[in-house]
Write a protein that binds this ligand. Structure first.
Ligand SMILES: Nc1nc2c(ncn2[C@@H]2O[C@H](COP(=O)(O)OP(=O)(O)OP(=O)(O)O)[C@@H](O)[C@H]2O)c(=O)[nH]1
Ligand SMILES: [Mg+2]
Length: 221
């Protein structure tokens, strides 16, 4: 996907602050420090649009990034960070739960796990919860560059088994450092974002008829 424009929109702490233009939303969930912000930056080829932190747990709101006029990335607060209070964790949990279950614009959840480690208890719970509620899901295993090539298949197997993924489940090994997995992930994102109930049916028909319609999916990375 060719990203012409990417912009930070808002750190939303209340649903009234979510955008109201109906564009599809792609959420990123994962433990603190797993690499959510880095993944956004890599996907849009910006060094630092999404704030990356060496202090885990820094992202405490739903951060909205608008990509072209096509979609939003919604960067979630990292879960499983020990140094936040129970009250705060509960409040984040409620906000996330409400968003995930009620937000019509949500088209895909990217659950991120660290390729170096077996998924944590939090990762497993989150994954089960997302699947239980039937949310469209892709699991992204990040920091792949930190695993030697010869050992990657083994790590992937461990993660898939721990999360109980089957062959049809969407899974992408990724590296924000090196860009590995970027095209595959964009492909999944655009496919899901297109399932947009607001998109006029005629446009889709035009596209199928072979007319040159500039769409998000044009292969122009
Ligand atoms: N080598 C390598 N480092 C990565 C990768 N992705 C993220 N990092 C590093 O991991 C650290 C955390 O990355 P962030 O993108 O800030 O993680 P986050 O999930 O947004 O963290 P919170 O906002 O705190 O929840 C940073 O130091 C990144 O540079 C990757 O694919 N490869
Ligand atoms: Mg972040």
């Amino acid at each position: 996907m060719k990203v012409n424009q990417s912009e930070f929109i808002i750190s939303a702490v209340r649903p009234e602050q979510y955008p109201d233009d109906g564009l599809p939303e792609i959420a990123l969930a994962g433990r603190s420090n797993v690499g959510k912000s880095s993944l956004i930056n890599r996907l849009i080829n910006r060094k630092n649009l999404a704030r990356t932190s060496s202090t885990p747990g820094k992202t405490q709101q739903l951060n909205y990034y608008k990509i072209n006029q096509d979609l939003y990335f919604v960067d979630f607060p990292g879960y499983g960070y020990a140094k936040v209070s129970k009250e705060q964790r509960f409040a984040w949990g409620k906000m996330m739960e409400k968003y995930l279950l009620q937000r019509d614009e949500l088209k895909l959840v990217m659950q991120m796990v660290d390729m170096r480690h077996e998924p944590s208890k939090d990762d497993k719970m989150m994954n089960e919860w997302l699947r239980h509620h039937g949310l469209p899901l892709v699991v992204v295993a990040t920091k792949m560059d930190k695993i030697p090539k010869t050992r990657r298949a083994k790590h992937i197997k461990v993660i898939k088994e721990a999360l109980g993924l089957r062959s049809g489940d969407l899974f992408v090994p990724f590296s924000s450092e090196e860009g590995l997995g970027k095209e595959e992930l964009w492909d999944i994102i655009t496919r899901h974002a297109r399932v947009d109930k607001y998109a006029p049916v005629e446009e889709e028909a035009d596209h199928e008829a072979g007319e040159t319609v500039q769409t998000a999916g044009d292969d122009n990375y």
